[in-house]
Write a new protein. Structure first.
Length: 300
């Protein structure tokens, strides 16, 4: 009987030792809803952005971003708003991304305004004589001919409306690097165990989170454009951006979107973007999209 008890205790002891020896603490990424939203007013200071007939993009961005931030604070209790700028100052994009990541944002919203070049036109205003030659040496002959004279003039480009960008799918690897770094920091904070960034299992988790961030970014971007349409705005849709402006979207380790609120190159849009009522409507529509986005995850 004593031998049976001894062997039973020995087996339990060995099992416990084996288990503790072979199992490292498994860090878990804890995400519970939306706690922090980064509101980024594009450009600022010497970076004026697009130029309209009478206004600069940097001022439009700041006005809408501040109104949006205040609405979030008022209507979404418990959600912290972090502004990349609140005055007309230059802020480097790297600092914007670092700020967003350091505050562990759950959403990154970049507010911008669009612009396109005027349309170029050419009109024949007359003709002129032009000299040309054929042949060479003794066979070279001089000729004249009439050629049209053109006048170049420009007209306003009719492009108008909103469009929202997400980081392009072909930048997944770059986005994943920032996501990995944030995951590593989050897991270190919660378990005091820093994972190996090159570990295949950790890389797999990172890719999974990156894919989720892409899907969430696309979902929010679609909701933003849907709310703009409900508010009577013309939507140019959701697009992926992999050139100008993409770095800030891929460098923020969270769902990230860039909202083009209108075209300052279009007089009607420019008037709307510089009007207090228009700014409030745009901010309110983005807020509605954020609430829908938040509710969709709480429901599931």
């Amino acid at each position: 009987m004593k031998n049976k008890i001894f062997f039973s205790l020995l087996i339990v002891s060995l099992a416990t030792t084996f288990s503790s020896f072979h199992h490292k603490p498994v860090p878990k990424r804890q995400k519970t809803g939306i706690k922090t939203i980064i509101v980024d007013a594009g450009h600022g200071g010497r970076a004026i952005g697009a130029k309209g007939k009478y206004s600069y993009e940097k001022n439009v961005c700041l006005a809408i971003a501040l109104k949006l931030g205040k609405m979030i604070e008022a209507e979404m209790p418990g959600v912290k708003v972090v502004y990349t700028r609140t005055t007309d100052v230059f802020v480097d994009n790297r600092y914007r991304a670092e700020m967003a990541n350091e505050h562990k944002g759950d959403l990154y919203l970049a507010i911008h305004a669009n612009s396109v070049r005027p349309l170029e036109h050419r009109k024949v205003v007359g003709y002129k004589k032009e000299v040309y030659y054929t042949g060479t040496g003794k066979k070279k002959k001089k000729h004249t001919r009439s050629v049209p004279k053109y006048k170049t003039y420009y007209s306003e480009n009719p492009a108008y409306g909103t469009e929202t960008y997400i980081w392009a799918a072909d930048r997944t690897e770059s986005k994943g690097e920032f996501v990995s770094e944030r995951m590593s920091e989050d897991e270190t904070d919660s378990t005091e165990y820093r994972p190996d960034l090159n570990d295949p299992e950790f890389k797999a988790k990172s890719l999974l989170w990156t894919k989720r961030f892409f899907d969430k970014s696309l979902m929010l971007a679609n909701m933003v454009e849907e709310e703009f349409v409900k508010g009577g705005r013309h939507s140019r849709g959701v697009k992926q951006r992999n050139n100008e402006g993409i770095w800030i979207l891929q460098a923020t380790a969270m769902p990230s979107i860039l909202i083009e609120t209108g075209f300052v190159s279009n007089r009607k849009d420019e008037d709307y973007l510089n009007n207090k009522k228009g700014q409030e409507e745009l901010a309110s529509q983005v807020l509605k999209a954020i609430k829908r986005y938040k509710a969709s995850f709480e429901k599931n």
